[in-house]
Design a protein. Structure first.
Length: 252
């Protein structure tokens, strides 16, 4: 898959509607504006926003408030967010910004793709697999170079420096390959603080812990940014897991 396979001429597409996607820039300490948005979708000018547009601005504020220290710290900060969208019709509360949405494409996840060089995702909104895009976004924000195809997990197989799992340290990248479809897989950060059994590895990343229906097709659950225990599956047995740990890479 080429780096630009995801690029389209139609710009950003949402599942429910096409929305403008303003790139606003706020200082990291603009917590008053962020607090206003968190409390009901009020714009910096004090005017009520269209709920969809409020979510886009909120997503931009979240992204611009993330740290720049190192990619693992950025992903960890994202995983701890409790921010939710403006509730839509029939919803008692909004949806988490660190998860795939039920209503339409999550603008924060879509920003991950645009910031790493993609004008549009291959599937509408946040229905494209986004583990690699979230990892790449964290790397780029920390000023680290990206692989040739930053939206593909398998582009990380020869990225940076190879390390043995026994010597892995916090922030190294664990790259999994699908047993049946070698061009597919998963990627996330090695998390040694999360206890797992010897035949598993803890992964901090996006597009994980998928459950529940969303705005996407069947099988695309409400995946989110979190830490999960993933089987290493060294013998590549499909009854153990559909993927196996192919590489551990250290960003360089």
């Amino acid at each position: 898959m080429h780096r630009r396979d995801f690029i389209g001429a139609i710009g950003l597409v949402y599942c429910a509607a096409s929305l403008t996607y303003p790139r606003l820039s706020f200082a990291d300490d603009d917590t008053d504006i962020l607090d206003q948005l968190r409390s009901g979708g009020v714009s910096p000018l004090g005017k009520l926003l269209d709920p969809d547009q409020a979510d886009v601005i909120h997503a931009n504020l979240i992204a611009d408030s993330m740290p720049r220290s190192d990619p693992y710290a950025i992903m960890l900060a994202l995983s701890m967010l409790k921010d939710r969208s403006v509730p839509k019709k029939g919803q008692k509360r909004g949806e988490l910004f660190i998860a795939r949405w039920v209503t339409y494409g999550n603008p924060l996840l879509i920003r991950f793709f645009t910031d790493i060089g993609y004008k549009a995702t291959s599937d509408p909104g946040d229905c494209t697999s986004w583990c690699a895009a979230s990892v790449s976004w964290c790397l780029k924000r920390a000023g680290i170079n990206l692989p040739d195809n930053p939206a593909s997990s398998q582009s990380f197989l020869d990225y940076g420096e190879a390390v043995e799992l026994s010597k892995a340290r916090k922030g190294d990248l664990c790259v999994f390959t699908d047993i049946a479809k070698r061009g597919y897989g998963h990627v996330g950060f090695y998390n040694p603080d999360f206890k797992v059994t010897p035949d598993h590895v803890a992964i901090l990343g996006g597009n994980q812990a998928s459950d529940g229906a969303t705005n996407c097709a069947a099988g695309y659950g409400t995946s989110r940014i979190t830490t999960v225990s993933q089987p290493i599956n060294g013998k590549r047995k499909t009854r153990t897991a559909g993927k196996y740990l192919a590489q551990v890479r250290r960003p360089a």
